[in-house]
Design a protein around this ligand. Structure first.
Ligand code: PNS
Length: 165
């Protein structure tokens, strides 16, 4: 059985993430979407909330063979623990490349059993990121073209609470 890991901070999951998860599910027997910490980011949603948003979005899209998990340690260790042979990442533009390349080489050094596989995003999602979604939503912009419909109200509600604090 070929197991792939789809790691990310998913704060929150976007349509770009969903596209990569769906395409990974067609390539591997089992895909584990794992919510992780990115040392460079401070998340809006808790780990549990991000997992819930992902689960609902995956169910709403009817994507099969995918489970959602979280992990606080190294991605390389998680891949080892799950016997994963692939780490699937979405590659948007050249700006992603250097950082992703650095992570792929580090992960290979830490766990040679797991190959990093890059899927290029579709042109529609080239510009999309969770940070952009939050920025637009915080300023009252429309984000329905960017995130799964079933999580739209979670984002607006979360930002409403944030602004009240
Ligand atoms: O969605 P993101 O924020 O680009 O995802 C980055 C993420 C979470 C995959 C990356 O920061 C990561 O792998 N974090 C786990 C800790 C780890 O293994 N760090 C070393 C990476 S080489």
């Amino acid at each position: 059985m070929k197991i792939a890991i789809c790691p990310g901070s998913f704060d929150p999951v976007t349509l770009g993430h969903m596209d990569i998860i769906r395409r990974a599910s067609l390539l591997f027997d089992r895909v584990i979407v794992v919510v992780m910490s990115n040392a460079a980011k401070s998340p809006l949603f808790t780990q549990v909330e991000r997992m819930d948003l992902l689960r609902r979005a995956i169910e709403a899209e009817g994507i099969e063979g995918v489970m959602v998990d979280c992990y606080d340690g190294l991605l390389a260790d998680y891949a080892k623990m799950r016997n994963a042979t692939a780490i699937v990442k979405g590659l948007r533009a050249m700006s992603d490349f250097e950082y992703e390349f650095q992570m792929a080489l580090t992960n290979r050094k830490l766990n040679a059993e797991a190959e990093t596989v890059f899927l290029t995003t579709t042109a529609d999602h080239m510009y999309l990121s969770s940070s952009l979604v939050k920025q637009v939503a915080r300023l009252g912009g429309e984000i329905s073209d960017f995130v799964p419909a079933c999580i739209l109200s979670d984002i607006t509600e979360k930002l409403r609470k944030e602004q009240q604090q």
